[in-house]
Write a protein that binds this ligand. Sequence first.
Ligand SMILES: NC(=O)c1ccc[n+]([C@@H]2O[C@H](COP(=O)([O-])OP(=O)(O)OC[C@H]3O[C@@H](n4cnc5c(N)ncnc54)[C@H](O)[C@@H]3O)[C@@H](O)[C@H]2O)c1
Ligand SMILES: [Zn+2]
Length: 429
Amino acid sequence: MSSTVPAAPESVFTYGAPQLKFGDGASDEIGFDLSRFGVRRVLVVTDPGVAATGLPQRVAEQMQRFGIEARVFDGVHVEPTDQSMIAAIEEARSTGPWDAFVAVGGGSSIDTAKAINLLCTNPGELIDYVNVPVGRGQDPTEPLKPLVAVPTTTGTGSESTTICVMDVLAQRVKTGISSARLRPTLAVIDPLLTRTQPPGVTAASGMDILCHALESYTARWYTSYDHKTPEQRVPYCGANPISDMWSEKALSLLAGSFRTAVRDGDDAQARSDMAMAATFAGMGFGNAGVHIPHANAYPIAGQVKDFHPKDYPAAEPMVPHGMSVALTAPEAFRFTFAAAPERHLRAARLLAPGADTPTDAAELLPTVLTELMRDIDIPNGVAAVGFDEGDVPDLVAGAMKQQRLLATCPLPVTEEDLAGVFTRSMSLW
Ligand SMILES: NC(=O)c1ccc[n+]([C@@H]2O[C@H](COP(=O)([O-])OP(=O)(O)OC[C@H]3O[C@@H](n4cnc5c(N)ncnc54)[C@H](O)[C@@H]3O)[C@@H](O)[C@H]2O)c1
Ligand SMILES: [Zn+2]
């Protein structure tokens, strides 16, 4: 599956996951669950949009029934920046100490809670822990407090991953912190909390699920890497038999629920299947890794000009994470097809079981993807969110900075390859 064959191939893969509670009503048990950790003061972390649904307040109130003092911080920035995370950390440090954190929201709230937890338990400042070359890439030295992650979107899988993502404003680049210690202690996935997601959020965050599943399924196979020593092991170890299982199942769940969930947000079965798909894809990509569409998404989001997506906060221009990932995905999978044709075909058939195979088999997955994107109202390509061909060099430079992700691609990726992918992704249909 990979074009490189190392002299000493890897023979080991790893798998990590948080404790998990899934199902309608699961979030009603958080007070009890936290009481078992013996905690007294808990900070609930959310954003203003989710706070307006009343869900975080409801979670805080049940903790009070167990004698736990809970305070809601609703200052999370949708698609967090280093500045917004620093402000949240300062607030949490000044009102602490906290015994535990509960994130109620999408990836933005969960990632901000991860950063708060890290910096309330470890010395230094945010940039010390941000991935190199943007930050100093330090590992946390102290154990973190319990973090309960309660997703209200069906997308990121952040409730089970070891990363937190942010825009570093001064460098105009999206990057993150990656450490096994960031993984939440408990993920509580309650599909009832996801019902109020507006269609635009369901569509964009659902494309994030889909790309997590597709990218981890087509990632470099773990044995194609050089053999690591135990201290060199990283959470992302390449596609492997366990991550494959999660990714395949996530694709089948999406096949039956994605269009329905966007069209009818009150469809209980579709919401539940989407929540399960998000969790499953998170378990897959959180161990295998993602590649070109995610690497390209970072500059698309970080260099946004004047795009204001429907159903997201209107104050600032933004390309939501799932949308930015989706826009170059069809072209990226045309590019990676040759590395593992069978995997691309199988993924396409799981996603669209009835689809006819075109004469050129490489077209099946891109076709299935673009048809779905049209149906759920994702913009038609990179140009539709405000870029033109003159922007390609800057977009390529931004994507090339994501070497950690590009190393997971099943083929070597050059600047020319990425320039081709961006250029052909200006318009998708
Ligand atoms: N850590 C990871 O593993 C990981 C993986 C992928 C993406 N991310 C990051 O996650 C962020 C995106 O997260 P997201 O897509 O989950 O969305 P989000 O947290 O950014 O929320 C999107 C919008 O939906 C609203 N919203 C969320 N849930 C709602 C609900 N139930 N009812 C009504 N409104 C609701 C929010 O208020 C917000 O306006 C990005 O910053 C991305 O980079 C992290
Ligand atoms: Zn993602």
